[in-house]
Every structure is written in C-alpha cells, then in structure tokens.
Design a protein around this ligand. Structure first.
Ligand code: 13P
Length: 251
C-alpha cells in the first residue's frame, strides 16, 4: 500500500517568530507519536531555511509554495528550483488554484515550473480542481482532465512517476465546505483513470493523489479512508500544531 502523505500549506501567513514557534510545537508533538504517514510542511520562502534546519530532526520534509519557471538570471523576485534544492527543500506546490487565479499562472507556465522542479530534484505537488460554477455546470471532469493533461502529460514515465497530485476543488478551499468523501473518491478515481490511459495501470496505481479543501481533524479520517485518496494537502488547519498533527495521525 502507498504510504499516505499529509502536507501543510501555510500560504502567506505568520511572522517569523510565529513560524518558528509552530515548527517547534510540531516537533514536540510529532516526537510523541508513531505516524504511518509522511509529513511535509510548506512555509513561505523566507522561513524555508529555518524550517529546513528543524527538518534535520527527521519529523517532516520541507516543501516550497512556489518555484520559478526559469533556470537562473535576471528574474527579479523569483526563486529558482536549484536554490530550493540547495536549501534541502524536497517538494514544491505547483498549480495551486490561488496561483492560477491571482497570478495568472497558465498551463504553459505550470509546465515550465514542473520541468524546473524535476530537473532539480524537487518533487512537484501538482494541484488541480474545478471552481463552483464549473462543478455546478457539470464541467468538473473536463476541467480536471485538461489541467492534468496540460500540466503533466508531457512528462515521460520516469518523470511522471515522481509527481504527487492534489485534487483541490476550489469551492472547498478555505470555505469550510469539504467535498463529500464520495465526491473526492470519484474524482481521484477519474484522475487515476487518466493516468492509466497515458502511463499504464502500474504507474497509475503507484501515483499519490492527495485531497485538499477544508480538511480538518473532523473530516480527515473519512476522506483518507476513501479508495484512491492518499492523504491531504491542508491549508488553514496546518497553522495549528495540534490540529495538524491530529490530521497526520488520521492518515
Ligand atoms: P484549506 O485547508 O484552508 O481549505 O486550504 C486548502 C488548500 O488550499 C491547501 O493547498
């Protein structure tokens, strides 16, 4: 069986002291539990070095929330994949709906980001998910199909096998409305069928697909128990150490 993953996306929250306190609290709590799941935390860029130092203790891995589509050079404000790699960052969220929406990240840019990540040893956590109008008009499968195909299907099998996917319905993010376990299972199965068509059943079965969107300790157990749901990408609830560790325990 695939080992489940719980990743915490801190988004643009916390000042430095709060971030360090959260990391210390997480370690205190994680020290006392035997987890079956792998834990990843994704703090904002300026806190990656601090978090990376704490990650040496072995309780979690570090992910970034963004990555440059460019290799290096005159790209003011950007952070490259090789920089992240040199700071022991192992994962990076790519294609989050907030970046698609507020920063106009399109399929072409996301493809470039995925390529940069893989070229520099960073595992993409590639997010897909439909908006509320898209679900209401029953376009959710079509939307997710396009996102998965355009963002990832240029990869060869070996590259694709390194990628983690996250299904995050936009209407569930930060709203307190979680996809029902059945909705999550249905979409995860659909994504897996797309992967199977392109890369074969073995790769499809081995691919990690996380669920994200208002995931809490109240709903995580049921969501994670669904076939094909390999863990969670947690936003708001990852900012509270106890709540986040509770979710990790449920995976
Ligand atoms: P919430 O858990 O706050 O809904 O956020 C989910 C998310 O966007 C994780 O990437």
């Amino acid at each position: 069986m695939r080992k489940k993953i719980v990743a915490g996306n801190w988004k643009m929250n916390l000042c430095f002291e709060e971030a360090e306190e959260l990391v210390e609290e997480l370690i205190d709590l994680l020290e006392d539990v035997e987890l079956k799941s792998e834990v990843i935390i994704c703090p904002p860029f300026p806190y990656l070095e601090m978090a990376s130092d704490y990650a040496q203790e072995g309780f979690f891995k570090i992910g970034a929330q963004n990555i440059s589509p460019f290799e290096a050079g005159a790209y003011t404000g950007e952070v490259s994949a090789s920089m992240l790699d040199s700071m022991e960052v192992s994962h990076c969220i790519i294609g989050h709906s907030e970046r698609r929406k507020y920063f106009n990240e399109d399929d072409k840019m996301l493809t470039a980001k995925v390529n940069q990540a893989l070229e520099h040893n960073i595992i993409p956590i590639f997010c897909v998910g439909e908006s509320l109008p898209e679900r209401e008009s029953e376009k959710h499968f079509e939307v997710v199909r396009r996102q998965v195909r355009h963002g990832l299907f240029h990869l060869d099998t070996d590259e694709f096998a390194k990628v983690i996917l996250a299904y995050e319905p936009v209407w569930a993010i930060g709203t307190g409305i979680t996809a029902t376990p059945a909705q999550a299972a249905e979409m995860h199965a659909y994504i897996r069928s797309l992967i199977s068509e392109r890369y074969g059943e073995e790769v499809s079965k081995a691919t990690m697909i996380l669920y994200g969107g208002s995931c809490t300790s109240k709903n995580a157990a049921e969501l994670f128990a669904q076939p094909g749901v390999d863990g969670g990408l947690v936003g708001g609830a990852s900012l509270k150490a106890e709540e986040f560790v509770e979710i990790c325990k449920l995976a």
